[in-house]
Design a binder for this molecule. Sequence first.
Ligand code: C5P
Length: 213
Amino acid sequence: MTRPLVIAVDGPAASGKGTIAARLAAHYGLPHLDTGLLYRAVGQGVIAARGSLEDAGLAEEIARALDASDIAATDVLTGGEAGEAASKVAGHPGVRAALLDLQRAFAAQPGGAVLDGRDIGTVIAPNATAKLFVMATPQIRARRRWLQLQARGEPIGFEAMLADIQRRDERDAGRGAAPMVQAADAVLLDTTDMDIEAAFDAARRIVEAARAS
Ligand code: C5P
């Protein structure tokens, strides 16, 4: 029997990791989970319940009730407010624990899977076949996200977007629970000067090299 192919794609916001993960999943015919959507759904759930994002108990309760199949990439979920809320609730250890089994089960599907997030290579799938850590400068990431939000009528100034990206980086890398960090055995992919085709091509070569080793 062929070995399952599990691909972990981590990195900061707007690094290109989501698009790369989706392209890899399509290329290898694997299911894909954007784990950021889970945290975004929890943050959005807290907002909908008119609760506080600092309320760890409420966020954990909402996280426990989540089902991966309920998560669709709607405009609300992929928007700026949900991203900010996600990065706050993602710091509660209880929320991370509540979402652990669901993510591990997704990674353990018979043929394999592609997951993207912040702690896939370190916590969720430490034995993944291939691990990528995708990054780009904060300026280029802010520009990409700014263009995306602009295109769908969520106008925000570039400077505000850059500040938002930097604040999110600091929160994600600085938290005690599963901070964003490159796994020791992950391959760094810097997409600063790459378009999506070049980034996908580089990612595919990293996966092929990891499979062959
Ligand atoms: O990747 P995305 O921007 O959708 O993630 C939103 C937020 O969810 C991140 O800023 C991060 O705080 C959190 N997150 C996380 N662990 C993951 C995926 C996302 O902490 N595996």
